[in-house]
Design a protein around this ligand. Sequence first.
Ligand SMILES: [Zn+2]
Length: 248
Amino acid sequence: MVKQQVDHGQTRIPLSKWVHTQTDVHIPILMYHDINTGNSLQMPEQQLNNQMHWLKDAGYYFLSPKEAYIALTQNKLPQKKVVWVTFDDGYKSMFTKGLPIFKAVGAYVTINLITSTLNDPQKCPLQINKAQMDKMVAATRTTVSMESHTVSHLDMNTMPLAQQQKEMADSRTELRQLLHQPILTVAYPAGHYDADSVTAAKEAGYKMALTTTPGLATASQGLLQLHRVRINPGLDKDQYLELVKTGY
Ligand SMILES: [Zn+2]
């Protein structure tokens, strides 16, 4: 039986070909949520499709979390234009609407999952469940990375340290067990975090944590306090590419 070819992503540039940069590496980490229409956190499918094609046509290289980590910590890049595309909350639309777009473009993307909803899909019917996550992983192999958005999606900065530690550690353990791969990243729910959150993320073993502070990400922010570029609907091509380039 011929093994089905499922790797459809952009060709990877091996690390040996990456080039050290003169100045500190800055990466646009794009922040998306649902693929849908309705409010500013929802990106209509057609607009997302256009945006992923704009990135590809403009020559952007889609980073995996591991590649982003190497770029930020070793100050080198596979090529000049890079982008890290992230989706928070693990909506079902990742599977139904996102996957065909990611495949068509060859985009590498990262989905930050809330692990409590994986276990209890009744709790939030909008989020992908375990079976759908498995299907998505099988259909994409390396191009879609699953990372953490904590267990319960609560505001970290309202909790004592011990509870934050549990939210961080339990979600990472769960994802590692389900996916059998390293989990490098956590995205702070709603971008709310404090000094304890940074401590808890570090102790739980995350190498990077994503905030909602606007701008390009660079190592001097702290790898556990990386800035992101929020993408609101309604941007034309020039506006979108300018936002990706400058972070604002
Ligand atoms: Zn969220």
